[in-house]
Design a protein. Structure first.
Length: 76
């Protein structure tokens, strides 16, 4: 590729999702009941902030994202 060759940055764009810890106490009662004594769960969100999944541990969140051809990134 030459310096003046146009490059479409969207052609290889990864579909990034964000993984963050969520306090179970902040979740709806029905979700809290299913948390089986855990203090926090891990939410997977898309770039627009929509929650895609809620899982028991960080490792599972990353596995889930990668199995769906998504690139997980941790949010602090």
């Amino acid at each position: 590729m030459h310096m003046n060759t146009p490059f479409d940055f969207n052609q290889d764009a990864r579909r990034i999702v964000y993984v963050k810890a969520v306090d179970v106490a902040d979740l709806p009662a029905e979700v809290q009941a299913g948390a089986q004594g855990l203090d926090h769960l891990y939410a997977v969100h898309d770039a627009q902030g929509q929650q895609l999944a809620l899982v028991a541990d960080r490792r599972m969140a990353f596995i889930l994202a990668r199995q769906n051809d998504l690139e997980p990134v941790t949010v602090h």
